[in-house]
Design a protein around this ligand. Structure first.
Ligand code: NAP
Length: 256
């Protein structure tokens, strides 16, 4: 199936991580020009940029902490300047944060909400203004989580941030539909990336505990998530907006 993505342009936040990097690879494989955002680790985005330019695509790299308004503004301006315009925004950057609710202070709240939720609001607003001014179809796809629907212990701020992303996507889907901008969420389950920390390798019993939660009996892989982002970004998904799609081996329904 031709996804009709060739020549489109995409900004991907957190493209230096497991799922973000896989989404960038998936979009590039369909002929999409990319701006790859990172915050602390440039190794993977530079590798991707080399690979994509070698495929004849435009690819740019930009360091920005997406929790900072000024840096977000610079990121979006840079992307428009280098790629000409933005057809697709992938909000993907995020952190996990384990702490007991009773031990938290407000700086814990601010850290997670700013990176995981406020950033999605800020990047979406700047990109949506650009898309609306341009008058062409736009796509915004958020990386949320299975915790949009379920709770996990010691992850309060993470769960709140991901629930907020769901509400944000639904609100924007309604408000931006007249501008031909679609907004959707992908909700991964437990995916084998560095966000899960080194416990996965160091503690086999922890890994087994996670696997036991998943009806399909295995952790997910970043490229399996990426395929769904690519489909939602494509012209084959033009009637989908305000939706949240779970890609989780069944873990969410098993926890409900
Ligand atoms: P990851 O490998 O740790 O990637 C996280 C990415 O976010 C990295 O590229 C990181 O950039 C970037 N990032 C973090 N803070 C940032 C900031 N302040 N500004 C800009 N970029 C920032 O983990 P991942 O699993 O691929 O996570 C990607 C997304 O998937 C996250 O939103 C996460 O919540 C979501 N998710 C993951 C899972 C899972 O099980 N893995 C499940 C559900 C949802 P640097 O490395 O350059 O700092």
């Amino acid at each position: 199936m031709d996804l009709k993505l060739k020549g489109k342009t995409a900004l991907i936040t957190g493209a230096s991580g497991g799922i973000g990097s896989a989404i960038a690879e998936g979009l590039a494989a369909e002929g999409v020009h990319t701006c790859l955002n990172y915050n602390s680790n440039d190794k993977e985005v530079l590798r991707l940029k080399d690979k994509f330019t070698g495929m004849g695509l435009k690819s740019e790299v930009f360091k920005a902490n997406v929790s900072q308004e000024e840096e977000v503004r610079n990121l979006v301006d840079f992307t428009i300047e280098k790629l000409g315009h933005i057809d697709i925004l992938i909000n993907n950057a995020g952190i996990s944060y384990h702490k007991k609710f009773l031990d938290m202070d407000m700086s814990d709240w601010d850290t997670v909400i700013d990176i995981n939720l406020k950033s999605y609001f800020m990047v979406s607003q700047l990109c949506a203004r650009h898309m609306a001014d341009r008058g062409e179809r736009g796509k915004i796809i958020n990386n949320s989580s299975m915790v949009e629907a379920i709770a996990r212990p010691n992850l309060t701020t993470y769960c709140v941030s991901k629930g907020g992303i769901g509400a944000l996507a639904r609100s924007l889907a309604v408000e931006l539909a007249p501008y031909n901008i679609q907004v959707n969420n992908v909700n991964p389950g437990i995916i084998e990336t560095k966000i899960l920390g080194d416990k996965l390798e160091k503690e086999p019993e922890f890994k087994q505990h996670l696997i036991d939660l998943i009806p399909m009996g295995r952790l997910g892989q970043a490229d399996e998530c990426a395929d769904l982002f690519v489909f939602l970004a494509s012209q084959r998904a033009n009637y989908i907006t305000g939706a949240s799609y779970y890609i989780d081996g069944g873990v969410t329904i098993a926890q409900l």
